[in-house]
Ligand binder design. Sequence first.
Ligand SMILES: NC(=O)c1ccc[n+]([C@@H]2O[C@H](COP(=O)([O-])OP(=O)(O)OC[C@H]3O[C@@H](n4cnc5c(N)ncnc54)[C@H](OP(=O)(O)O)[C@@H]3O)[C@@H](O)[C@H]2O)c1
Length: 342
Amino acid sequence: MKAVCQAGYGGAEQLSVQEVPLPKLEASSVLVRIVAVSVNAGDHHMLTGRPFLIRVAVGRRAIPGMDFSGVVHAVGSGVECNFSEGDEVFGTADTKCGAFAEYISVPATNLVRKPEKVTWEEAAALPTAGMTALQSLRTGRPVETGGRVLINGASSGVGTFAVQLAKLMGANVTGVCSTANVAMVRSLGADAVVDYKKESVEQAAAAAGERYDKIIDAVGRLGWHRLLKPKGSHVAVALPNPESECVPCSLCAIACSPWCCCCLSSSKSHMFMQEVRAADMDELAKMVADGQLRPVLGLRLVGISEVPDALAGHSETLGQGHRTGKTVVSLRGVHSESMERE
Ligand SMILES: NC(=O)c1ccc[n+]([C@@H]2O[C@H](COP(=O)([O-])OP(=O)(O)OC[C@H]3O[C@@H](n4cnc5c(N)ncnc54)[C@H](OP(=O)(O)O)[C@@H]3O)[C@@H](O)[C@H]2O)c1
């Protein structure tokens, strides 16, 4: 099979499309013929090896790529679920990676069925970004009807899902993005949008006399406490930007803030780590099939040879990408929703 191979940490020069053996099918795994994949900021962190924490926590993978949609090719002998050959599925290899290839073998627990109404590209866009948005909104203070929720990085993969999910939960949502993405974030239902190129969140919040019940930070900065209401929650989805922050200091600040003496306030910061949960992927796919949730497909490419550039070019600046919504690549030669079902 063809796969994108990563030789070392760096950029596009470390990536090449090569012929490699099919992945081994473990007893508890399912072999999937991949139709479409999506790119996450996490894939880019694993390519660059920045922030350095990722080299220790995850390490380098021979074949990158987490999220995919595809067709079940074979089912391991020990899989106790009713996947069978030909089923249309989507899922994630998570940090084990291997999705930027024609086939992947993943634990059956990392897969769910793709509803017919959901396109291959939409399904590939869902796993990591969708689960992160859903789970981060369910971390800390619950979102209440009319509650004020701020999404920093509202135009990102995670942010575009978070804005829509927070609206579905009944919140009043403020999104933060750059000028080019203001209209798109509004179209997702955001009640207010802060254009960070024109004003800071602090300036916008002060002008509106606003504080927030919940802040989801999908970009990575500190200093959210003063924007929270009493008992509010800040959920740190992104690692602090390594270009502008000292990562160990920032991690300590986030981790310690619920207990540290300067932070006896009732508002809390939560470090967040997404977990692979099939039930969450199922829930997200049903919302897309019902028309309640719309994956924002920013850049749509065709062919595995496009993956190296899509991955290496995902971020213009270290740690903070400037892609809109999700970048998806159809591996089967045509835009996947028009692909004849096989
Ligand atoms: N903790 C976890 O388990 C977990 C899981 C998934 C993702 N993450 C992290 O969450 C973050 C988002 O992931 P992603 O895949 O959604 O990223 P992404 O799609 O690559 O994010 C790119 C977006 O970030 C926006 N952005 C960049 N700088 C910004 C700034 N200063 N203020 C506001 N928006 C800014 C860009 O919008 P503009 O072009 O408009 O600036 C762009 O739309 C990443 O740091 C990722 O590592 C963490």
